[in-house]
Structure formats: structure tokens, C-alpha cells
Design a protein around this ligand. Structure first.
Ligand code: ACM
Ligand code: ZN
Length: 767
């Protein structure tokens, strides 16, 4: 259905020309429409000119209702609706086959001095026309209270012919790891609808919580929705069936389809906590408190498992009319199945080759059941293993390879690779971001996503239905943070899935976002604003330092302070680079006109003198001391006696060190050939600290996974003592030291530039 009729291709050519002309126009719509032409003049919305509906179609009426509601709430304007095809002054909404596109979501919006006319190929398309119309009005139209006056309800005269590039434009929300109130879920749906996205993927069950009431199995929520917390309390909650219906109905009024996800066979410990008999071992189980992947999964051998799942799915299907149904299928370890006599009997009885085929058999059995309920199965790309279920749609998350394979097998695919679609990843320098699961996915990278991989035939490419942003919530405990992680990356993804690829332009997108941020402000969305510095929070200088701050958001201000106070309220406005000539602490934020701010950066600027190094009779090697024990900081073993000593060539973890937990101190001299400011980097798992000339230069201390931190020091020519402290507290193990300096790219320290701590000091030259 994405095919344009021939006339449409002509239009696309025009679109490309227009778009060049309409850089930075006053029409700032997200996602950018396929074709926009602005002429002079305007149409003023007024209470005397009603909303005309082309028919009494209930869904069309729903689109009108949404428009009425916005005008009423934000501007106090009550517009009547009339069903007739009059040509009169007013807003006209109708469903009619458009000539330029057969896409069911295609619409046309024509504003003249006399009317605003929206025609859609469907009611949903007409609703998208309404969304575009609203974006032509001041941002307050999206607000919660009456703040617009009638005279401000002015639409510029435009012709917009628009259609989405993809039919699947999804956003996912994991409510298993953290649960959010119904009101928030509705707000999330409002955001989806405003971006002309159409699927809300509701991830309802997890190892850490079962979040949907199932009448036949009350223990799923009585036991499965509550987990213990590290603090000795409990965390939990679930949605009743009434609440689920309320959300699905709300989504219907926004033309958003809601796809439930009931995870199987893995990620099901919360269910097993209530119903241990359908596991392989029989339990007992507790709702999982740690993130990650659990070994215990549904037993594939026992018939009771399928009775249970079919009963659960039957209830869930009743609540969700959408034809797609997600069954998870990801991250299902096979360890229990390998040991379980029931599972092994199943493998033998069904003539399966192994546990992967058993998983495939499991999914196919569930697919048959869902088909009997008139539903289409969607699963994560692991459902490819052991063979795809006949009609399955694959959600490709471990990169796009699974999606490519599925498309080659002519299965439908939704692209949602971690590389471009995982909105739980960091979106900026981690030191300025709330703790996230890891990764790095800035908005620009989302914007660059191409859902249809190269190399697919046109026939295969048709199976790429679209793309979806995923919000996994292990590290997202609050609704504020969920909004922070989702926006504005959702806005970027909206253009990926909607806008013709020829019109995608990141600079223009950022320009349009300026208006869009105001709309998000009106909706009270805690979207992320980038901080005013791209990296680093401490710098060393000799005489003078020029601190340049920048704002990625047009229309915002940079506010700063140098006296330690919070700059967001009382800071000075930044107008030009700051010239720093003494030790200074600069705090800075970006502040939107609405008052919404970025996080505060806190930059330490340290004036230092160059201190010459020593002259040495070099002996090779780095000396280390080893402290077995369990530590949480590199200073925990400061006063202990080491158990052993050794020498290595360069800093790092000595190869022959015993496994387990320990502390390590490495000492050496480093040779500096050219005086200047040097930056040192430690990358470690767990903590590390680098001390140079007795001064702590890098503090990468504390228990953490692989993480790099850097810091600077002024060093003169000669040899300087360094001490690298490290501890290993279990899990991954990593220690690397690098440096950069005047004319020196970031690199490891050469063996020749290191001398052992026992090297003899030469006589100082006295001159
Ligand atoms: C997934 O992220 N485990 C689908
Ligand atoms: Zn089993």
C-alpha cells in the first residue's frame, strides 16, 4: 500500500524542489510532511464557522472530536460539527480516495482564506491531517489550559499532501521492570499520536513483574506483580482489566493500536513465582529482583504449560482488538530444558533435533492458538532459531540481520535494532546523564536510521513494515525519566518512519524541533535538552583558558554561574566565550523559554604551573602490589600490606594474577618529552584512580562496569611518578591507561616511556 500512483511520483519531484525553498519556514511540522506548499494569506478559525464532516462515519467523528477538544481546552473555542458536504466557511473533514496516493494513512490539508479542508484515505489519515493542522497553530494548542485567544487561531494558507513511508510506526514501553500510572500511559499514547505513529507496544510481563490482571490465574498478580527491593521493601503493581480497557479505548480515540506483549517461553519468572508447576524444576521461585536473563522458563514438555498459556492468551486477546500479538520469544536459555525429562520427551516425541527446535515448536504451537483467535504472532528475532512459525512477524532487535533473514523468507519485519532504536541507551556523555543501561544512542543517530536494509529485493523490502523505538525500563524508575529517555528521540524516529527519505535533513529537523519543544513544553513533557558542553568536566590550563559553551536548541538560553550557585534560576546569560585566568568552577545549564532546563554541568578549571620531571637511570618495568580481598574503593587497601609483588611491562592487569576479588597498585615513572598539558584516561571494571606527582588526576573509583574517565595535569619535561590504583570486585575485569598531550594523540604509554619505580635518580643538574 505504500505505492504512489504515477501522479504521486511527479509530486515527489516537486516536493524535493519545494523543500529546498522552504528551509526554516514558519511551518514547522514534525514529522515533516511529504509535500508542503505555502502561499500567502491565512484562515482564521472562528466559532461561527463549524466543523463540517463529509459523512457520519464514527471514526471520522472521533477525529473531529479530538480537534474540538483541543480548540475547547486550549482556546475556549466551542465548534459545532455538522454532517454535510457544504462548501462553506469552516473546517472540513472527510474521507475520500485521494488521487495522489493509495496509502490508507495519506491525507491532504488545504487551507485557503475561506476554509481548512482535510481529506484522508481513512479516518485515521484525517486524524493525521488534524494533527498537522494543530501544528500550524501556536504551540499552546497542545496545552492543558485555556491560554490561547480566538484571534491567535490563525492557520497559514498551505497545501499539504502527506503520507507515511512505513505502515508500522511503533513505540514500546516496558512496564515489567518499572510500572507507571494509567495517566502516564495515556500521555505516552498522546505523544505517539502527535508524532503520527500508530502502534503502542505494551510489554506487560517480565521476570521482575507480571502487570496485567488475569481472572483465571489471580496469583499472577497477587504474587507475580510484587518483588522485593534491595532496601527491604517491596515494589509492584499491575493494571486491572478495566484499566487495560480504558487505555485501549483511549488509544482508539487517538488512532493508536495497542499491541500487548506476553513473554514466553523466557522472561517468565514472575509467572512461575505464582504457578511453579509449569516450570521444568517445579520451583519454588521468587519474582526476580536482578535484571538480566533468568535460567527458569516455562516448561515446554508439560501440557499444563500450554493450558495455562492458552487460557492467559484467551483473556488477553479479549482486551486487545489489534490483530498483532507479541509473544516475546527472546533470551530463553535452554539449560532447564536440557535437563528436564518432560522437555526431552517432547523433543523425542515430536522428532525435534534439539532445544532450539523445541523453542520453535513452542512458538508454532502458540501461533496456531493465536491464529484460532484471529491474531498474528509477533516475536523478537530469536524466534528465527530452529525455524520461523509460518506466519510470524519478526521484530529485529539484535541488529538488523534477523530482520533481513526474515524478509528473505518473505516474513513481515519490524526493525528495532539496539543500534538505532533502544531509547534506554545513553543519549549523551554519561557523566551528564541519569544512569542508563549503557550504550550510546544520540538523537542524530536515531535520525540517521534506515529501516530498509540494502540488498533486499523489492519483493523482500515490502516485508519491512516499519520501525519501532523501545523503552526498556530497568534504569527508568519514574515517569519523568521515561519522558527524558523517550523524547526527543521519539521525534527523530517519527521522521524516520514517516518522512520521505529525500526530505530527511538533520539541520532542518533541529530547526523544526525548536517549535516542537514548545509543544512538548505545553504537554509538560520532561524531554531531554543537551548540556552546553560536549565532553569533559575538568580542564587544566597554564595562563588562560577559553571556555566555549554551546546550545543545541535554538531559542534557548545558556545560563552560567562561577560562584557555585545553581545557574538555572539566577545564572548570568552566556553571550560569548568565557576567558578564565584563575582557578574557576563554572556551572551552566540550557534553559528553554518555558523554564525547562538541561541538567547542570559543573566544570572545574584549574590553573597549574609546569613542573619539570626528574632525570633517571632508566630500568624497565612497572611494579605492582597485589592485595587479595573484597573492596569497594581503590583506597580501601591503602593501609594494608600487599600479599605479593611483581613487575609488568606496561600498566594493566598482570596476566598471572589469581582470579577473585582484589586490589592492585601499580607504580612507575612516565617520561614526558614535551612540556604541556596532558590528559590521562583510565578505562576500568571496576574502579581505578590515577595519581601523578602525588596528585589525583583521574578518579574512576567505585564499583562499575567498563567505564572511561579522564583528567588533566600540567607536566614538564622529564620523568614523573605515577600510581595507578585499581580493584576488582567480581564480574568483568578491565584496566587500561592511556594519555594524550601536545602533539600526542590518545594512546597507550610506550614501554620506553616508562621506568620502574626502582630506577636510580640521576644527580640533578644545578645550573
Ligand atoms: C530484548 O531487548 N530483549 C528484546
Ligand atoms: Zn521442562
Amino acid at each position: 500500500m505504500r505505492k504512489l500512483v504515477n501522479y504521486g511520483y511527479l509530486l515527489l519531484a516537486v516536493v524535493m524542489i519545494i523543500s529546498c525553498n522552504r528551509k526554516k519556514s514558519e511551518v514547522q511540522i514534525i514529522p515533516e510532511p511529504a509535500f508542503t506548499s505555502i502561499s500567502g494569506g491565512e484562515y482564521r478559525i472562528s466559532s461561527v464557522a463549524p466543523i463540517y464532516l463529509g459523512s457520519d462515519d464514527v471514526d471520522l467523528n472521533m477525529a473531529a472530536l479530538y480537534l474540538q477538544e483541543r480548540l475547547s481546552i486550549a482556546a475556549g473555542l466551542k465548534l459545532d460539527t455538522k454532517v454535510n458536504n457544504a462548501k462553506g466557511k469552516g473546517i472540513h473533514l472527510s474521507i475520500d480516495q485521494l488521487t495522489f496516493s493509495e496509502n490508507p494513512d495519506a491525507y491532504e490539508l488545504i487551507v485557503t482564506g475561506n476554509s481548512a479542508r482535510i481529506t484522508g484515505n481513512s479516518a485515521r489519515a484525517t486524524f493525521y491531517g488534524v494533527q498537522t493542522l494543530l501544528q500550524l497553530l501556536p504551540p499552546e494548542i497542545f496545552g492543558p489550559k485555556e491560554s490561547l485567544e480566538a484571534r491567535q487561531l490563525v492557520l497559514p494558507c498551505v497545501v499539504i499532501r502527506d503520507e507515511p513511508r512505513y505502515s508500522w510506526r511503533g513505540m514500546h514501553l516496558d512496564v515489567g521492570r518499572h510500572i507507571y500510572p494509567v495517566e502516564f500511559v495515556k500521555k505516552y499514547i498522546d505523544l505517539i499520536a502527535m508524532h503520527k505513529m500508530n502502534v503502542f507496544h505494551w510489554h506487560l510481563t517480565e521476570d521482575q513483574g507480571w502487570r496485567i490482571e488475569i481472572k483465571k490465574y489471580p496469583l499472577l498478580t497477587e504474587i507475580g506483580s510484587i518483588r522485593k527491593t534491595a532496601e527491604g521493601g517491596t515494589y509492584g503493581g499491575f493494571y486491572t482489566q478495566e484499566e487495560i480497557k480504558e487505555v485501549v479505548e483511549y488509544a482508539r480515540t487517538r488512532f493508536v493500536d495497542v499491541m500487548p506483549e506476553i513473554e514466553l517461553p523466557g522472561h517468565s519468572v514472575a509467572a512461575l513465582a505464582g504457578y511453579p508447576d509449569i516450570s521444568c524444576t517445579g520451583g519454588p521461585f521468587e519474582v526476580r529482583t536482578a535484571w538480566g536473563v533468568a535460567a527458569d522458563v516455562y516448561c515446554a514438555g508439560k501440557e499444563e504449560t500450554f493450558d495455562f498459556l492458552e487460557n492467559v492468551l484467551a483473556e488477553v486477546v479479549e482486551l486487545f482488538p489489534f490483530k498483532y500479538f507479541h509473544i516475546g520469544g527472546d533470551e530463553c536459555p535452554k539449560t532447564r530444558w536440557e535437563e528436564c525429562p518432560d522437555c526431552q520427551k517432547r523433543i523425542a516425541d515430536e522428532g525435534l533435533a534439539d532445544e532450539h527446535e523445541l523453542q520453535s515448536w513452542f512458538i508454532q504451537r502458540i501461533e496456531k492458538f493465536l491464529q484460532s483467535k484471529n491474531r498474528r504472532l509477533v516475536g523478537w528475532d530469536e524466534i528465527l532459531e530452529g525455524g520461523l512459525a509460518p506466519e510470524a512477524t519478526v521484530m529485529s532487535w539484535r541488529g538488523v540481520a534477523g530482520g533481513i533473514q526474515a524478509a528473505r523468507e518473505l516474513h513481515d519485519v519490524i526493525m528495532s535494532p539496539t543500534s538505532h532504536c533502544y531509547f534506554d541507551f545513553y543519549q549523551g556523555e554519561p557523566m551528564y546523564e541519569p544512569k542508563a543501561i549503557g550504550g550510546f544512542l544520540p538523537m542524530e543517530k536515531v535520525y540517521s536510521f534506515e529501516p530498509t536494509p540494502e540488498g533486499l529485493s523489492p519483493e523482500e523490502a515490502k516485508h519491512i513494515l516499519g520501525a519501532q523505538g523501545n523503552l526498556w525500563t530497568e534504569y527508568i524508575p519514574t515517569t519523568d525519566q521515561a519522558e527524558y529517555m523517550a523524547l526527543p528521540r521519539m521525534s527523530a524516529l517519527a521522521e524516520v518512519v514517516w518522512t520521505p527519505v529525500e526530505l530527511r535533513d538533520y539541520e532542518l529537523f533541529l530547526y523544526r524541533m525548536k517549535a516542537h519543544y514548545h509543544r512538548l513544553d505545553e504537554m509538560d513533557v520532561n524531554y531531554r535538552i543537551p548540556v552546553p558542553i560536549s565532553s569533559g568536566n575538568s580542564f587544566v590550563f597554564l595562563r588562560e583558558f577559553t571556555l566555549e559553551l554551546h546550545k543545541a536548541v535554538d531559542g534557548a538560553k545558556i545560563l552560567f554561574s562561577t560562584d557555585g550557585t545553581d545557574p538555572s534560576e539566577t545564572g548570568q546569560e552566556y553571550v560569548e566565550p568565557l576567558i578564565i585566568t584563575e582557578d574557576t568552577r563554572v556551572k551552566a545549564v540550557i534553559r528553554m523559554p518555558s523554564g525547562h532546563t538541561s541538567s547542570t554541568i559543573d566544570i572545574k578549571l584549574d590553573q597549574q604551573e609546569i613542573v619539570a620531571g626528574l632525570e633517571l637511570e632508566r630500568q624497565a618495568g612497572v611494579s605492582y602490589s597485589y592485595y587479595p580481598g573484597s573492596f569497594k574503593s581503590v583506597y580501601d587497601f591503602k593501609d594494608l600490606k600487599p600479599e605479593s609483588y611483581g613487575t609488568i611491562a606496561v600498566p594493566g592487569i598482570p596476566e598471572d594474577l589469581p582470579k577473585g576479588t582484589y586490589g592492585l597498585v601499580e607504580r612507575a615513572y612516565i617520561q614526558i618529552e614535551r612540556a604541556g598539558i596532558y590528559r590521562f584516561f583510565t578505562l576500568s571494571d571496576d574502579g581505578s584512580v590515577l595519581i601523578v606527582r602525588g596528585q589525583e588526576v583521574v578518579n574512576n573509583d567505585g564499583m562499575h562496569g567498563g567505564k572511561e574517565i579522564s583528567g588533566e595535569i600540567a607536566l614538564g619535561q622529564g620523568w614523573h611518578p605515577i600510581e595507578l590504583r585499581y580493584f576488582q570486585a567480581g564480574g568483568g575485569s578491565l584496566l587500561e591507561l592511556e594519555y594524550s598531550g601536545p602533539n600526542l594523540e590518545k594512546q597507550n604509554i610506550d614501554e620506553e616511556n616508562l621506568a620502574s619505580f626502582t630506577s636510580a635518580m640521576k644527580m640533578m643538574k644545578l645550573n
